[in-house]
Design a protein around this ligand. Structure first.
Ligand code: 5U1
Length: 674
């Protein structure tokens, strides 16, 4: 190829690849396969390798610079990066609203609301559309030069696209890491025996301040733009919503969690709505930022110290707190796994008093260097079990060496005193007692009665413990021989409750094959595998007779699970229990399985709050009809079912032209298909 011909082709490839990057990373709507993309990229690399004079700084091949820097230099921001005032309750928000309304002499205001990412603020400078520098916030006037690293973040355009590219633009935004990316990074770090990060924010900060961009490029960082600093251009940016739209049009990623809000009450509602969805979001957020939308009003309001009067962050309670680890106890689970649990000095985390936190397993304790007596960070997010994320080693010295003790895994089960073993390659220690260990037996019965298994209404953990301790039941099969009279004699159990429990047990007998298999509690056979087995075999007898070779041919079932299934049905004790349950009247209707699979191969997303069903019920229904229910909307989604306060997922469905169903239409559709 001649140089001129190569120049044209390289230019065309660069433009095309930049467009594909934008579709993939910013719009989340790729238009070509990974294979096609790789082919284009390889062609560009080949041209640039042959003609090095054609390499440009905005070429997509140049995201990872070759040479690490020796130190992070200083960069002065053209316009200082401001900080934000905070509000912690409704009164403070109302006071903010009153203050600025009075200053502007207006009766009401329009705000722009957006999630406040818990990441690292950066300032990216573009000159005539080309990325020139990227710097951390630093002291607000001068930050650290992280250009080499920001260039590796796929969503950050190396060159702006679209109309009216400004001569100069400082883009303000946040570098963050998703929960998923964070978990994957820590897993990789663990495998390599390298530093484990305490939370996504620390991981993002550590990744951004690397000297070698190759390291940063391997870290799952994202970026969201939320404003501008210095700006010289032709477009008249008159409102904050205007700015966000324009940034998006220039190819910058802007959060979908933004909303125009008329008045303070709308702001408070939005804050509550985001708060309710906080744990479902892909990233950590620590509040919602509200900005007066009109730039003319922002100018009039001005600043106080280094914070704008026209914006405020309404914070959420922190998800992490510090407390002391008083002791480590061991809990025995359904499969005999011994889980170390931290007993903590009570601490309020995001509105809930936390006294216990999981420590996962012994390797995790060693990796985090957790010792009894340590001061630790505890994190609680959504419905997830609280977790000890890190130790404050500096406070160990204050405690005095004598008060700090190492945790040692017991060699016998703390419940049944059977031996504790650790199989090769497994992280967990297990009690070998099986169902003769009362802890394992109780957990097995709790699992059997649970909602997704036999769904025995009113048979909770405490009652199961009471039933086993009083000798009324030993195995799950005994449940169906319980008499109302005997039950009524139990402490705290009246005649009515006993009658209700017998009725619930009776009702549970009418079940499905997949629920029954799941209820058996076979190791590593969760709801999905139980469903697969029920769908494939449609008969318990056939599952019992299946060989490991046969089971392994089923997708989702590997050698370990296949062996667990075969071993389970080989044990006489298990077969006896199954027989007793069937004799007691447990039954299912095979025909249901066939009729119900009408949504096979279809993908659904549920969003917002449903009124008639819970989201979980809707999900179970769809799964039982063969559908896949996923958490995010993509071109592959067939239907988005939306309830009240549906947000970005609903908007994305509209954007991608995916069929949306309100709850009423959804229920009609299910009824029709049945
Ligand atoms: N989403 C968002 N985060 N955040 C942080 N917007 C936003 N704006 C900020 C800051 C510090 O400052 C401007 C209001 C100046």
């Amino acid at each position: 190829m001649q140089l001129e011909q190569a120049r044209h082709r390289a230019e065309a490839l660069r433009q095309l690849i930049n467009k594909l990057n934008y579709q993939y990373y910013v719009l989340d709507a790729p238009s070509v396969s990974d294979n096609e993309y790789d082919k284009l990229m390889r062609e560009l690399v080949a041209i640039e390798t042959e003609f090095s004079v054609l390499i440009t700084s905005d070429s997509p091949t140049q995201r990872v610079g070759v040479t690490p820097v020796s130190e992070l230099k200083e960069v002065k921001h053209l316009v200082p990066m401001l900080s934000l005032g905070n509000a912690f309750n409704e009164d403070e928000m109302r006071a903010f609203n009153k203050r600025i309304k009075e200053k502007l002499s207006v009766s009401s205001l329009v705000f722009s609301g957006e999630t406040k990412f818990d990441g690292l603020a950066v300032n990216i400078l573009y000159e005539n559309g080309l990325l020139i520098t990227a710097a951390t916030r630093g002291d607000g006037s001068t930050g650290e030069d992280v250009t080499h690293n920001v260039r590796t973040i796929p969503q950050v355009p190396l060159c702006l696209v679209g109309e009216n590219i400004p001569q100069l633009l400082e883009v303000r935004g946040e570098v963050v890491m998703t929960h998923k990316g964070f978990a994957a990074l820590n897993n990789r770090q663990r495998e390599k025996d390298e530093k484990i990060f305490a939370n996504p924010r620390n991981a993002a900060a550590g990744s951004l301040r690397q000297l070698d961009p190759k390291v940063t490029a391997e870290r799952p960082l994202s970026f969201f733009a939320y404003g501008i600093g210095d700006y010289k251009g032709n477009t008249n940016l008159t409102s904050h919503t205007n700015i966000l739209r324009q940034l998006k049009e220039w190819g910058l990623p802007v959060s979908t969690e933004t909303k125009s809000l008329d008045g303070i009450d709308a702001c408070l509602d939005y804050h509550a709505e985001i708060g309710a969805r906080r744990s479902e979001l892909a990233h950590d957020i620590d509040g919602v930022v509200f900005k007066v939308n009109e730039i003319s009003q922002q100018r009039e309001l001005g600043f106080v110290s280094r914070a704008p009067r026209w914006a405020i962050a309404y914070k959420f309670p922190p998800l992490e707190e510090i407390t002391q680890l008083l002791d480590i106890e061991v809990q025995v689970g359904r499969t005999g796994a011994l889980t170390p649990v931290a007993r903590l000095s009570p601490v309020n985390v995001a509105g809930v008093t936390v006294t216990n936190a999981t420590l996962h397993n012994i390797d995790e304790i060693k990796r985090k260097d957790i010792k009894i007596g340590d001061w630790v960070y505890v994190r609680r997010a959504g419905d997830v079990i609280p977790e000890v994320v890190a130790v404050i080693k500096e406070r160990r010295a204050d405690a005095g060496e004598n008060d700090i003790r190492e945790f040692i895994m017991p060699t016998v089960c703390p419940v049944c005193e059977s031996d504790v073993v650790r199989q090769e390659g497994e992280a967990v220690y297990r009690c070998i007692g099986g169902l003769s260990c009362s802890a394992q037996n109780i957990q097995a019965i709790i699992h059997f009665a649970s909602r997704k298994a036999m769904n025995i209404d009113g048979l909770g953990d405490k009652l199961i413990i009471q039933l086993t301790e009083s000798g009324l039941i030993t195995t799950v099969a005994d449940l169906y021989s319980l008499s109302q009279e005997k039950l009524a004699e139990l402490e705290r159990m009246g005649t009515k409750s006993a009658e209700n429990l017998i009725a619930a047990l009776d009702k549970s007998k009418d079940t499905t094959l997949e629920r029954f298999i799941y209820a058996m509690g076979i190791r590593e056979v969760g709801e999905a595998t139980a469903r697969t087995l029920a769908m494939k075999y449609k008969s318990l007898d056939l599952i019992e007779q299946a060989t490991t070779e046969e089971l392994e041919t089923i997708s989702d079932i590997g050698p370990v699970v296949a062996l667990n299934i075969v071993s389970f049905f080989k044990q006489k004790h298990n077969l006896e229990i199954i027989q007793r349950l069937l004799v007691a009247g447990i039954h299912w209707d095979n025909k249901d399985d066939e009729i119900d699979l009408v949504f096979s191969g279809m993908s659904f997303v549920l969003t917002g709050s449903l009124q008639v069903m819970t989201r979980d019920e809707a999900k179970q229904k769809l799964i039982s009809m063969g559908a896949k229910v996923t958490g995010s909307v993509s071109k592959k989604t067939n239907y988005v079912v939306f309830g009240e306060n549906a947000g970005s997922k609903y908007e994305k469905a509209i954007e991608l032209g995916i069929t949306t169903l309100n709850e009423e239409s959804f229920i009609k559709m299910i009824e029709k298909e049945k």
